[in-house]
Design a protein around this ligand. Structure first.
Ligand code: R5P
Length: 219
């Protein structure tokens, strides 16, 4: 099976974790696109979706799945999203698709984060994938200097603005051995909108697509 087939496998498997009658939290990315397509088959059994990006909203609506304004929703049982990396404790790097801020906002509403990923995303230590950080533009140079002091090389992602109109810094060369501590630290820096470490909002479950089928990891 190729990588896209593994993504499709876990996207479809995640539908079984949707709570009937509830509002479903929907992430962003190529893996989630498969989840959205599979969700269409049970759209009459859910109360709608809250979405983490314009792209996912568009896809949900194209399937006739109602998308609710996030501010009208007090809580959701399940949020389903992909990851760029996930470790053996459920900590993740996210934001390869620049959707990290809205993803964290929707994840914050959820009781459970179900991560869907092909097996290439499972790592021992986070940081091989460049860490995305959404910043206010005027803070980008200073945030980059702060990362340099931690051994990271930050560069603006060319030609990309988030749905919120901000640039993304991609930080290479970090070895994130304590994701919770680094998330907490970077969150304090002026001008940082969201750091793509999901430690406070880690996954409770990962549906991992492997050549042998879907493996369920619980954290
Ligand atoms: O901003 C994008 C998200 O964090 C995605 O969940 C992440 O990049 C994984 O995307 P994909 O499923 O396309 O590998």
């Amino acid at each position: 099976m190729n990588q896209d087939q593994l993504k499709a496998l876990v996207g479809q498997a995640a539908v079984q974790h949707v709570v009937p009658g509830s509002v479903v939290g929907v992430g962003t990315g190529s893996t989630v696109n498969h989840f959205i397509d599979a969700l269409a088959a049970i759209k009459d059994r859910i109360a709608g979706a809250v979405s983490s990006s314009e792209r996912s909203t568009e896809r949900l609506k194209a399937h006739g799945i109602p998308v609710l304004d996030t501010s009208t929703v007090q809580g959701i049982p399940v949020y389903v999203d992909g990851a760029d990396e996930i470790d053996h404790q459920g900590f993740m790097i996210k934001g390869g698709g620049a959707a990290l801020t809205r993803e964290k906002i929707v994840a914050d509403l959820a009781e459970r984060f179900i991560c869907i990923a092909d097996e290439s995303k499972l790592v021992d230590v986070l940081g091989n994938f460049p860490l995305p950080v959404e910043v206010i533009g005027m803070a980008a140079a200073q945030v980059a200097r702060r990362f340099k002091a931690l051994g990271g090389e930050a560069s603006i992602r060319p030609g990309v603005l988030t749905d919120n109109g901000n640039p993304i810094l991609d930080v290479r060369g970090l070895r994130i051995t304590d994701p919770l501590a680094m998330e907490t630290e970077v969150n304090q820096w002026p001008g940082v909108v969201t750091v793509g470490i999901f430690a406070r909002h880690k996954a409770q479950v990962c549906l991992l697509g492997t050549a042998e089928g879907v493996k369920t990891l619980s954290f």
